[in-house]
Every structure is written in C-alpha cells, then in structure tokens.
Design a protein around this ligand. Sequence first.
Ligand code: SF4
Length: 414
Amino acid sequence: MKQIAPEQRALPILGTVSPRVREPTAEGTVGMQRPFPQPVYVPPPLASRPHAAEIGQWLDTLQATPFLELVGHADALRRQKHPDGVVSYIVDRNINYTNTCVTDCRFCAFYRRPKDVEGYVLSYAEIGAKIDETRALGGVQILMQGGHNPYLPFDWYLGLLRYIKEHHSIHVHGFSASEIELMTRVTKLPLDEVLRQLKAAGLDSIPGAGAEILVDAVRDVIAPKKIGASRWLEIHEAAHEQGLLTTATMMYGVGEGWADRLEHLVRLRASQERSLRRGQGHYTAFIAWSFQPTHTEMREWDIPHGTGMDYLRTTALARLVLDNFDNLQVSYVTQGPKLAQLALRMGANDFGSLMIEENVVSATGIDFIMPESEIRRIIADAGFTPRRRYQDYTPWSEGDPGCPCCSWRGRAAA
Ligand code: SF4
C-alpha cells in the first residue's frame, strides 16, 4: 500500500492525496522536475453532452461562417448592448492570500504544496497594507483568491472579511467556486450557509476563476482534483440566489476542441438564464484567455496553444452565444494589449482590470501589466471612450463615496 506523508494525513480534506515530488530546478522550485505525462483526452460524443442540439447548431455556424462575418455579428451585438461607444475598465489589485494548495492543477504555475519553502499565507495586516496602497492609487476593489490551503479554518476567512470591512472602504471580489467548495468541506456546512456567512462577513461578489473548461472529461485531464463542471455552476447559482454578483471565465487551449468550448458557453448561458429568472444575483461578465504553459506541468504536452485568430474567434463566439451576458472582458494580461485592442471590435466591451498587483499569470512568465494612461490610450485608439467603473459596472466618478453596490448593501443592512 502507498505510504501517505504525515502532513497529508493531517489535512482535513483530500486525505488520500500523495504529494508529488518537487525538486529544485534552475528556476528554484518553480515548475516540476518531472512533468506529468500527457494523458490521452477522449472527447465525449456530441450526443452525450448536455445541450447537445444547441452545441451542434453552434458547431455548424462556426464551420459555415467566415471569420470576418462571425466577428462582424459579434461586433453588431456588442454595439446593440453598448451603443454609447464606451469601453470600461476597473482599477483594482489581485491579492493572493496564500499559494499553498493541495489541488495540483496541471496548468498552474502559481501554487506550492504544503511544507514547500516558498509557501506563504499573508497576515491580515499584510493584506490591509496592500489595500491601503490600492486605495492610495485610486483602486476600488480587491480580487482576493488563493490556493486550496486546507490548514486555513473557515474562521480565518470570516475574520479576514470582517477585518477588511472594519478598516477599509473597498469592494471585496473574492473566493472562487473551488475555494468555496473547500470551505464547505472543511466546515461540513451546507453551501448556502457558507455563502451566507461569507456575505454577512463582507464578501461583495465572487470571481469566475476555476472554470477552466466546464466539461468534466477535460477537467479530468488538466485538474482531476478540482470540482466538476456542475458543482462550479451550482456554487455560482447558489451565490446568485443570495443576491451576490459573480463573473464567469474560460481558460482554453488545454487540448480541448470546439465542442468543449461550446459546451462551456452553452452551459453558462443556461445558468445565467436560470439566475435571471430567479431575479437575485447574476453573472456580470465573461472573460476568456488562453492557457499559458510556461513553468506548468503541462509545458511539454503536445497540445495546440492559443493563437491570435483563435482568441478573436473565441471572443466573438462567446459574445454571440452568451447573449444574456451584458459584458465581455478582454484579457490583455495574457493576450497582450494589441490583440486585446482588436477584440474590442470583435465582441468585447470591457478592458478588464488595471491590476496594481498580479501573481498568477505572471508566474508563467507572461506579464503585460500597463499603467492607466496606456490602457486609456489603447481604448481611445480603437475608437472608444475609456471609462473607469466599479465591479457592478456602474461608472466611477471623482469624489464618489465608494462602490455603489457595497454602500447599497451597507444601507440595506443598517
Ligand atoms: S489553479 Fe488554484 S486550485 Fe489549481 S493548483 Fe493553482 S492555486 Fe491550486
């Protein structure tokens, strides 16, 4: 029988996980010494997929529609939804409170296993200092995400949220669906109760990370320990039911096909439809980017990595399928500013975030972070009016008392 390391036995979840060997490399401990061998991906047959007929129709459309016609349709839908010619962006900071993680996603260059010398957990005071810097630079939001660190009790998250709300005026966009799943496993509380307590402690909205490709056959290959596609959707819809806004993402170029990307988009569309019908929270935006292989376990896999045309086609297709999403963000951090600028004419209406700090994508060696003046110049050069916004897409103005959705919640609670 396989021996389980003592530190693994102590984990409240995933007690049977055996840690992989991570040995020092020329790059320190970044990257695996022996990358995981590439598993064979067998795409599910179309007929077995949820929403098979819809996926089939979109596959036919994709095949029959020339590129310029497809992106033209997407641009027309963008103009219909945003006729004012504005491209918005937000000023915020990514705070990755811990990089310790037991989920071992094969596409991830950011995490460190428990006991790794490079592992960290930020203190409340360190996070507070980062928020102070963010506010001083005009930031209105923190995007707070971390590894799946089984040593952090639920009270740590609740205490952190209360600490932030007590000392800082900032919107907390935090904790992806898979982090919330970890909280339910650690506490053994129902999902609704975990979400209720997070919201009461100060969580304002939930980011769409951890979606990757919402097809379990793909997830089994790239992140076999992560939550399945249905659970990801269930967590977002449960958050919506509690009145929280969330976003949705897709990381493509991991060996999947168009049927997989379309299944992801069609399932998201159906999820948004259910949430809009319930009339509480919903998805505010969708963001897609291509997998960045450097320093990850998948770096030597034989898979076609994303190209410029692929990104633009995916953006246009997402705009058309997700016709019940108001906003589509570009990902200039992964695709570069020039491609992001083109995407604004092919379905996207938002430039995402001026990130005062970013750690996850930059761990792969990609880093296109830009100053605000450059973001505004790129948006204006594409023929749009740049405008700062808040998380809920309300325009920002000088002298605002703070994020409108947070102050609204504050008044409702009073
Ligand atoms: S993507 Fe998130 S859950 Fe997966 S290994 Fe990285 S930090 Fe952990």
